[in-house]
Write a protein that binds this ligand. Structure first.
Ligand SMILES: NC(=O)c1ccc[n+]([C@@H]2O[C@H](COP(=O)([O-])OP(=O)(O)OC[C@H]3O[C@@H](n4cnc5c(N)ncnc54)[C@H](OP(=O)(O)O)[C@@H]3O)[C@@H](O)[C@H]2O)c1
Length: 314
């Protein structure tokens, strides 16, 4: 099969590999589309280095194929799998979706939403699931601030916070303002013109550039600052530097920092399916690349040129 092949951190090529075999609790998918997010860049480069100590592979990546968001069709069932059949259209996460075929654990899959394309479905799992987990507990009428609102997680964050009945303020750069508005934000700050003002019950920090002190000042008494990720912390700790700082600040404040590590579960993706089918969530697909240009797709995201979600179609 054709695939992006990655044996070491920092080097990947478009080439050929054997079709993988599903193990216990897994299915083989004919991949139709693979979503791209910053996590793919982290696993391609092995940076920040802290990742290597967190079980993602010390000397090189555990999976020879990058790509994690996936949408496709089940073509083979592994031992012990129930609830899925050959021919099912599914979406979720796996290790190695930048390929014509990929093996996925069924615990990380859900049925593809009716009425959307595989390309849209592949744009949902990691970013949409992360936003959903980060916004748990938001009540109608609360004020939610989404930093990085024109990116992957943020674009779902705006929609999900709106669906929960919150008043949503989005923060992004100029090129992403229209997208943030179209997703339902009540207010949009283009931070290249003026930074956001006001205070909030929950801040979903997907942009990462603002210091913890700034975020805490912008949070109401008893509110939460959900730390989704940042690309500002350097090559050793990366975005984790904010979570580490939060550990020291939390005991001294009623405004809590909540470092988030999305669980990537099929049950969470099924919640996204329900929202998509109900019309309260859409996958804001930006640019679509062919498999042979999957590495360009990663660069597109890494260099912050993407507006909404970038997807590789196979
Ligand atoms: N915790 C988890 O489980 C989890 C899950 C998924 C992703 N993440 C992490 O969360 C972060 C957001 O993910 P994403 O997929 O939404 O990324 P994304 O699509 O690149 O969006 C991030 C947005 O943040 C803004 N931004 C502001 N300052 C930035 C900077 N210095 N570098 C890069 N972007 C900056 C960018 O918008 P403007 O250009 O408009 O400023 C960008 O659109 C990433 O760090 C990612 O690794 C964490």
């Amino acid at each position: 099969m054709k695939a992006v092949v990655q044996r070491r951190y920092g080097s990947a090529v478009f080439g050929d590999l054997d079709v993988p075999v599903p193990g216990k609790g897994e299915v083989l998918l004919e991949v139709r589309a693979a979503g791209v997010d910053m996590g793919v860049w982290h696993l391609l480069t092995g940076k920040p280095y802290l990742l290597r100590f967190l079980g993602f592979g010390f000397r090189g990546p555990k999976s020879p194929v990058p790509g994690r968001d996936v949408a496709g069709v089940v073509t083979e069932i592994g031992p012990g799998v129930t609830g899925f059949e050959i021919g099912d259209e599914v979406f979720g996460t796996c290790e190695g979706s930048f390929a014509e075929h990929a093996v996925a654990p069924v615990s990380r899959l859900a049925r593809k939403p009716e009425g959307i394309s595989f390309t849209e479905a592949a744009a949902l799992p990691i970013s949409g699931g992360t936003a959903l987990e980060g916004l748990r507990g938001v009540q109608p009428g609360q004020r939610v601030l989404v930093l990085g609102a024109g990116g992957g997680v943020g674009s779902y964050g705006v929609q999900i916070a709106k669906a929960l009945g919150a008043h949503v303020t989005a923060v992004c750069s100029t090129r992403k303002v229209e997208l943030a508005r179209s997703l339902g934000a009540d207010e949009v700050f283009d931070y290249t013109v003026a930074d956001f003002t006001g205070t909030y019950d929950l801040i979903l920090d997907c942009g990462g550039a603002r210091p913890l002190s700034r975020l805490r000042r912008a949070t109401n008494e008893g509110g939460r600052i959900v730390l989704v990720g940042a690309e500002t912390g350097g090559s050793i700790t990366g975005g984790f530097h904010k979570s580490i700082g939060a550990l020291f600040l939390n005991p001294f404040s009623s405004r809590k920092f909540v470092p988030l590590m999305a669980k990537e579960l099929g049950v969470v993706f099924d919640e996204l399916r329900v929202m998509v089918e109900a019309g309260t969530l859409k996958a804001p697909v930006g640019k679509v690349f062919p498999l042979s240009e999957a590495l360009d797709a990663v660069d597109h995201v890494y260099s912050r040129r993407s507006v909404g979600k970038t997807v590789v179609a196979i």
